[in-house]
Design a protein around this ligand. Structure first.
Ligand SMILES: N[C@@H](CCC(=O)N[C@@H](CS)C(=O)NCC(=O)O)C(=O)O
Length: 233
C-alpha cells in the first residue's frame, strides 16, 4: 500500500507471537501487525493504514474508493479478506508447521528481524505451539477450513470478474485478499487448486515473491473437496 501511494518506508519484521509484546514495547496500542509509524503517529491494521494513506495522499490511486456504491462492494470484500479468508489460511499453515517445523526456515527468508535467522529459529518450538493455539489450528478447524476454501475461491473469482478487485490499481480489498491467497499457495497441498484460477493469478501478480514453501503434509482425505474443485476448474 505504501508503494502504491509512493510513500517511502523502512520495513521491520517481527517473529510471530513475539510480535504482540514487541509492538506494545514500542508503544503501539494493539497487538497486531501490520503496524506503521507515520509522522510520529502509530497506525495499526491494514484497514486503518489504508484509510490514513488515502487521507495523506488523496490523489489516485484510492485504496478505499470514494464512490459510495463502489466503496460498499470493496469494503465487503475487505471484510471477507480480513476474516473469512485469513483465519482459515492461517489455521491451515500453523497446523502444517506444527506437524513439521522443517519448512519454517523457508518462511524466514529475507526477514528483517534484527537478529540472525538461525538464532530466531532456535525459539521455533514454543512459537509454533503458541501460534497454532492462537490460530485455532486444531484438526477439526483445519478440516472445516479446507472444506470452506472452494466456495471462498469461487467468491474471489466472482469479485475479480465483477471488477471489485483485480483492477490495474489495487485497492484495500486486493491488499487484504491477495496476501492470504499467496500464503495459501506456499503449501503444495493447496496451490494446485488456486494457482491457475483468477484468484491465484491475482495473488501472483500482487505478491510475486512470497517466502516459504511447505511440501505436502495434509491428510489427502481432508483435501478431497478442494481437489475435485480444482479438477473441475
Ligand atoms: N489482516 C489483518 C491482519 C492483522 C492480524 O491479525 N495480524 C496477525 C499476524 S498476520 C497478528 O499480528 N496477530 C497477533 C495478535 O493477534 O495478537 C489486518 O487487517 O491488519
Amino acid at each position: 500500500m505504501l508503494e502504491a501511494k509512493g510513500v517511502p518506508y523502512k520495513r521491520t519484521d517481527l517473529m510471530p507471537v513475539v510480535s504482540k509484546g514487541a509492538l506494545r514495547a514500542v508503544g503501539f496500542p494493539g497487538t497486531t501487525v501490520p503496524a506503521l509509524k507515520l509522522d510520529g503517529r502509530k497506525i495499526q491494521g491494514t484497514g486503518e493504514i489504508a484509510r490514513e494513506l488515502d487521507r495523506l495522499r488523496p490523489e489516485p490511486p484510492e485504496l478505499v474508493p470514494t464512490d459510495p456504491q463502489r466503496r460498499a462492494a470493496v469494503e465487503e470484500a475487505e471484510r471477507f479478506g480480513d476474516t473469512d479468508l485469513q483465519e482459515p489460511v492461517r489455521a491451515i499453515l500453523w497446523w502444517a508447521l506444527h506437524k513439521d517445523k522443517a519448512p519454517l526456515r523457508s518462511y524466514s527468508e529475507g526477514a528483517k528481524l534484527g537478529i540472525p535467522i538461525g538464532l530466531a529459529l532456535k525459539t521455533a518450538t514454543p512459537i509454533v505451539a503458541l501460534a497454532a493455539r492462537f490460530n485455532e489450528a486444531t484438526d477439526e478447524n483445519v478440516r472445516r477450513s479446507l472444506a470452506a476454501l472452494p466456495a471462498m475461491l469461487q467468491r474471489i473469482d466472482e469479485w475479480i470478474e465483477a471488477g471489485v478487485i483485480g483492477g490495474e490499481q489495487p485497492n484495500i480489498a486486493d491488499f487484504q485478499i491477495a496476501p492470504s491467497l499467496r500464503l495459501a499457495m506456499t503449501l503444495d497441498d493447496l496451490s494446485p487448486a488456486i494457482e491457475s484460477r483468477p484468484a491465484g493469478q491475482l495473488a501472483l501478480r500482487l505478491v510475486p515473491d512470497y517466502p516459504g514453501h511447505t511440501p505436502p503434509v495434509l491428510p489427502p482425505a481432508w483435501l478431497q473437496a478442494l481437489r475435485s474443485e480444482a479438477a473441475a476448474a
